[in-house]
Design a protein around this ligand. Structure first.
Ligand SMILES: [Zn+2]
Length: 266
């Protein structure tokens, strides 16, 4: 698909993505018009807020079933739509006692709702809309019959989850063992996080902006070519399953492989 303009929807609770820098990155890389918009979730109609609440996942091992939200859940959704900062605590996987306590959304269901919101005002099919959110977006994997956190949901609109960048690719195995030991001894897990800070992303990490660039490349390549990802670790289109690989492809390598660079040049 051809792109005439890209719209970037900010996540104001995560300043570290540095949306203005992302715009400049896109202008330099793709030579298309780019416009920054505010959060898509601010000032939403209450009917959309209710729909979003209805795509929460409560049982990670069961495929999506529409959820009928109760009043408390709708009120929660209204408050996090108004102030997305309130979202963060409820998406941190390691702080949750039970995985059911983590607020997760079905990525494709959420994408459908955002599609409705955007197409109400914009029917130009060559405009690509990319929405940043700190919501934890998940998709159900048929091979292992469970939901997994995702960094990017491709197509138009595309969704990029900052929480997904932090929670979806796995941390080093040694970290999980040490963190478990610390938790059992009642010690502060932040000390362990500090020890491993080079090895994985954390909330409010300054590296998030660079990682976001890679996510944008994936979303845009998918829109242009139908293919978002690259098998090579030496390419920013690599779909990392480990934090180590994510940091390697996006920060240490920080560019496309020869094949994808040639595709972009054409
Ligand atoms: Zn590549």
């Amino acid at each position: 698909m051809k792109i005439s303009k890209i719209f970037l929807y900010d996540e104001p609770a995560v300043q570290e993505i540095q949306i203005a820098n992302l715009k400049n990155f896109l202008l330099k890389t793709f030579h298309v018009d780019v416009e920054i918009k505010g959060s898509i979730f601010n000032n939403l109609d209450v009917k959309y807020v209710e729909k979003i609440s209805g795509c929460r996942i409560f049982e990670p091992k069961i495929p999506f079933k529409k959820h009928i939200p109760n009043k408390q859940e709708i009120d929660f959704e209204k408050s996090v739509c108004k102030d997305t900062k309130l979202m963060e605590k409820t998406t941190m996987v390691e702080d949750a006692k039970e995985i059911e306590d983590v607020v997760m959304y079905d990525g494709f269901e959420l994408q459908n709702i955002i599609y409705d919101v955007i197409t109400k005002n914009d029917s130009e099919p060559n405009n690509l809309h990319i929405v940043f959110t700190n919501r934890l977006i998940c998709t159900y994997g048929a091979t292992d019959s469970r939901y997994h956190g995702r960094t990017v949901i491709c197509s138009n609109p595309a969704i990029v989850s900052t929480t997904g960048m932090i929670e979806a690719p796995a941390r080093p195995r040694e970290y999980y063992f040490e963190a478990m030991k610390y938790k059992m001894q009642g010690l502060d897990i932040q000390d362990i996080k500090k020890k491993y800070s080079e090895k994985f992303l954390d909330y409010h990490d300054n590296r998030l902006s660079k990682i976001a660039e890679g996510c944008l490349l994936q979303a845009i390549f998918y829109y242009m070519t139908g293919d978002a990802f690259c098998d090579s670790l030496d390419c920013r289109l690599n779909n990392a399953h480990w934090q180590k690989d994510l940091l390697y492809s996006q920060l240490k390598i920080g560019k496309l492989c020869n094949k994808h660079q040639a595709l972009l040049d054409n």
